[in-house]
Design a protein around this ligand. Structure first.
Ligand code: DMJ
Length: 638
């Protein structure tokens, strides 16, 4: 009635607002209410006024959730400083603005003012936004997006500072130009080969682990899992630096800064990643002084550490970089880890501890050494297989080539890199070499010294291309050998170099096969088809270089040049360098892989062979097994 009185212009129609219920349908009394259209309009008006009021209240009343977040922030800051939960000014649970008393009116009021002001500002901003054109808004959103991305990038890659350590004295990292013009010419040629290998990879395989130089696309193998971590870039960096290819080096550095990420779901070889990536990054760091390489090396090393979570502490061969789950190669004897893999971590891991101050790396590799020292060795030899669960040897196979090689190399180099203070490593090396000489090294009927393989009490008269590195190792270890046998070991190095040269010289391509025999009238030649390939390996040239440094006998430069020419002639293609499948065939087929070690090792050793000795002097640098030079350290502080 009151409503109708206020509205003179009424609609005479009655509108039923409550549905009519038939009497039998309900036990409730039957109601029927009707309103005219004008009354409905007024009711709607009142309703909308009420909604507007509620809406306003929603904006202007203090936001309780904000209070809570603010409380938490304060609590987080304050609680750690509370001395006693009972006696202090702000005992836990009585933190300022936490709502249970203990805060004064003024503070609460000022907080409300702040919240109101914030809301008003937000409303104002919203209004202004609505006034802007669509284009203006889009441009603003874009700018904000880019800012967020930039901030995130800064956070992600922002260098976490590592503890400062004295940079070891770094000498002889550039130049090395030989005085003789013909030698310089050869060196220039090697540099040109490096440019061709790098430029081809840059053009066709950039960011992939390796290159397919014929297919002209990226390539990878199971040692890198399904990762795309630019193995060639990391492996090649120090060679580029040493050759003075600084533009290329910078290009590689930029890729590493922007793309090299180890959080990938990839199961990689701990050994390969250590020698190529950690070794490569550390060498690049020491040569160039660029912090990014050190940081990346440490980030990667952290990802390898879970591989050591085995019952014995002997690491798995493979680890998933993301999950940290490790396992061994399916083909390895009795689920074993491989001597040359878990035994080739020492150099890099000691450097990591040196650079980070984190003892974990050093402890891991020293634990391996201690464990091996306690084990029985058949005939004083180290078998290639060791089970990481039981701590027992697998098959009794011993090799100075594949599966064993760099374990012996790292014993010697542990001593050298410690400035010859790690005498335990030296002694272990001397004992191992003594057993190897006694049981594995023989002279062929034709007078060639070779290193065979020990298999269950029997000597296999076969030598691998990989084994040829040992010539250089014997020469490197000559100085400091027991009983003044330096001359003997230098001579042994020379004999191995000669044998390996013969293995090259007796082929059609003048490139060495993967394995060669000294049996049934055979002298340094491969028999089986699947041992006739050459995949750009470095070991023979590596030995030539060490022998050159220790003797300066010109034949080593001559042999190195023969190999370089053969590589350029038979392995070079328009898209880089490829391995060949049969070194005894005048018409070889390609394997279509440019291995990363070709840039890391083969070309580096060739370049050093035609440089003067003051480039990376051996008194100051020790090469890891992937030819990455690391400086001698003074380890008495570890
Ligand atoms: C390299 O990756 C290293 O030299 C390793 O120790 C064994 N051999 C390959 C190249 O042949």
């Amino acid at each position: 009635e009151r409503v109708s009185a206020l509205l003179p212009l009424q609609n005479k129609e009655n509108i039923s607002l409550i549905p009519t219920l038939s009497p039998g349908a309900s036990s409730f009394p039957h109601h029927r209410a009707t309103l005219r259209l004008s009354e409905k309009f007024i009711l709607l008006l009142i309703l909308s006024a009420f909604i507007t009021l509620c809406f306003g209240a929603f904006f202007f009343l203090p936001d309780n959730s904000k209070h809570k977040r603010f409380d938490l922030g304060l609590e987080d800051v304050l609680i750690p400083h509370i001395d006693s939960p009972k006696g202090g000014k702000h005992a836990a649970g009585q933190v300022v603005i936490h709502g249970q008393g203990g805060h004064d009116e003024e503070e609460e009021e000022s907080l409300r003012d702040k919240i109101r002001a914030d809301h008003e500002r937000a409303l104002q901003e919203a209004k202004e936004k609505l006034r802007k054109s669509r284009e203006e808004l889009q441009a603003e959103i874009q700018t904000e997006k880019s800012k967020v991305v930039e901030d995130l990038k800064k956070k992600d890659t922002g260098p976490k500072p590592l503890p400062p350590v004295p940079m070891p004295q770094v000498v002889g990292v550039s130049d090395g130009e030989p005085p003789e013009p013909d030698v310089k010419e050869k060196r220039d040629k090697i540099r040109e080969m490096m440019k061709h290998a790098w430029d081809s990879y840059r053009q066709y395989g950039w960011g992939h682990n390796e290159l397919k130089p014929l297919a002209k696309k990226g390539h990878s193998t199971n040692i890198f899992g399904n990762s795309q971590m630019g193995a060639t870039i990391v492996d090649a960096l120090d060679t580029l630096y040493i050759m003075g290819l600084h533009e290329e080096f910078k290009d590689g550095q930029e890729w590493i800064e922007q793309n090299l990420d180890f959080g990938v779901n990839a199961e990689v070889s701990v050994f390969e990643v250590n020698i190529r990536f950690i070794g490569g990054l550390l060498a690049a760091y020491y040569l160039s002084g660029q912090e990014v390489f050190k940081l990346k090396a440490v980030q990667l090393a952290e990802k390898l550490l879970p591989a050591f979570n085995t019952p014995t502490g002997i690491p798995w061969a493979m680890v998933n970089l993301k999950s940290g789950v490790g396992r061994n190669w399916g083909w390895a004897s009795a689920g074993s880890s491989i001597l040359a893999e878990f035994g080739t971590l020492h150099m890099e891991f000691v450097h990591l501890t040196y650079l980070t101050g984190n003892p974990a790396y050093y402890q891991k590799v020293m634990h391996i050494r201690k464990l091996l020292a306690k084990m029985d060795r058949p005939n004083g030899l180290y078998p290639n297989y060791l089970n990481p669960r039981t701590g027992r040897w697998g098959q009794h196979h011993t090799s100075v080539g594949g599966l064993g090689d760099s374990f012996y190399e790292y014993l010697l180099k542990a001593w050298l890199m410690s400035d010859k203070t790690d005498t335990e490593a030296r002694k272990t090396y001397d004992d191992a070499i003594e057993a190897i000489e006694r049981h594995l090294i023989r002279k062929s009927n034709g007078g060639l010294t070779f290193i065979g393989e020990w298999k269950n009490g029997h000597l296999e008269r076969k030598m691998g291309h990989l084994t040829c590195f040992a010539g250089g190792m014997f020469a490197l270890g000559a100085d400091g050998s027991p009983d003044d046998k330096a001359g003997h070991y230098l001579q042994l190095g020379a004999e191995i170099a000669h044998t390996c040269h013969e293995s090259y010289d007796r082929t059609v391509l003048k490139l060495g096969p993967e394995a060669f025999k000294f049996d049934s009238g055979l002298e340094a030649v491969a028999v089986r088809q699947n041992e006739k390939y050459y995949i750009l390996r470095p070991e023979v040239i590596e030995t030539y270089w060490y022998m050159w440094r220790f003797t300066h006998d010109p034949k080593y430069r001559q042999w190195g040049w023969e190999a370089a020419q053969a590589i350029d002639k038979y392995c070079r293609v328009s898209g880089g360098f490829s391995g060949v499948k049969d070194v005894y065939s005048s018409n070889p087929t390609y394997d279509d892989v440019q291995q990363s070690f070709f840039l890391a090792e083969t070309l580096k050793y060739l370049y050093l062979l035609f440089s003067s000795d003051n480039l990376i002097p051996l008194e100051n640098w020790v090469f890891n097994t992937e030819a990455h030079p690391l400086p001698v350290l003074h380890l008495d502080k570890l």
